[in-house]
Design a protein around this ligand. Structure first.
Ligand SMILES: Nc1ncnc2c1ncn2[C@@H]1O[C@H](COP(=O)(O)OP(=O)(O)OP(=O)(O)O)[C@@H](O)[C@H]1O
Length: 217
């Protein structure tokens, strides 16, 4: 499934942060979003994921082809690692086999019975990444996926992505961290920074009410 973004403008807190953005992401490919803090990477991912409306422009991929892993891992603290994945697998229409495959892929099988609340930060992050495997969706959107991961887990994540690409999947990844994926293309968002976005206007813009805001974690 090809993701096409055409002439897209996105806003946060009622102010446009990026405007006139064009790019495409083909099956089997990775695109890394770069740009300074606050430029709008999270806002762009949230817009593509359908969590907030675009100000202008087109996003071509049907919503049911997309899966989004935000800063938060989307985990239920009281459920075990396995139960968390079973919850998500049921939502996406998959069964136990897919859950066990995802646990194994992120080296979580030995921790499968541990409550998410008792996992370390990096283990939680691995579980959040395993969640993407039980969606069965081809276009993965990641916001800083490797925060809290040690070097071995970053390499594991790169391996999981390569498996996904080999089966025709793709990934759009906002990160400041080197992923060890030399085959990924990168897109610096700086040229599309809106002239009158929050950074230009200062705190007045950043403090505006945003009904689509994620709670701070
Ligand atoms: N709820 C909100 N209300 C108003 N402005 C917001 C809100 N959330 C974010 N912003 C502002 O929108 C702009 C874009 O934020 P965004 O989180 O998309 O940037 P980012 O590129 O992902 O940054 P980082 O690299 O720091 O994660 C920033 O200037 C930010 O201060």
């Amino acid at each position: 499934m090809q993701l096409e973004v055409s002439d897209l403008s996105v806003a946060r807190g009622g102010l446009v942060v990026l405007e006139g953005l064009n790019f495409s992401l083909a099956p089997g490919r990775a695109l890394v979003l770069r740009g300074a803090n606050g430029i709008g990477k999270t806002t762009l991912l949230r817009t593509i994921a359908g969590l907030q409306p675009a100000v202008a422009g087109e996003i071509s991929a049907p919503p049911e082809t997309l899966a989004y892993a935000s800063h938060a891992d989307g985990l239920k603290a009281a459920l075990s690692a396995r139960e968390n994945l079973q919850f998500w697998a049921a939502i996406y229409g998959f069964g136990a086999e897919r859950v066990e495959t995802a646990l194994a892929a992120l080296q979580l099988s030995a921790l499968a019975s541990r409550r998410a609340a008792h996992l370390s930060a990096g283990q939680k992050r691995r579980l959040g990444l395993a969640r993407m495997l039980v969606t069965g969706r081809p276009v993965w959107l990641f916001d800083e996926p490797t925060v809290s991961l040690d070097a071995a887990a970053v390499a594991l994540f790169a391996d999981v992505l390569r498996g996904h690409f080999a089966s025709g999947g793709s990934a759009l990844i906002a990160t400041h961290i080197e992923l060890g994926l030399p085959e990924a293309e990168s897109l610096d968002l700086t040229p599309w920074r809106a002239a009158r976005g929050p950074e230009a206007r200062g705190q007045a813009g950043a403090a505006a009410f945003d009904p689509f805001a994620e709670p701070l974690s």
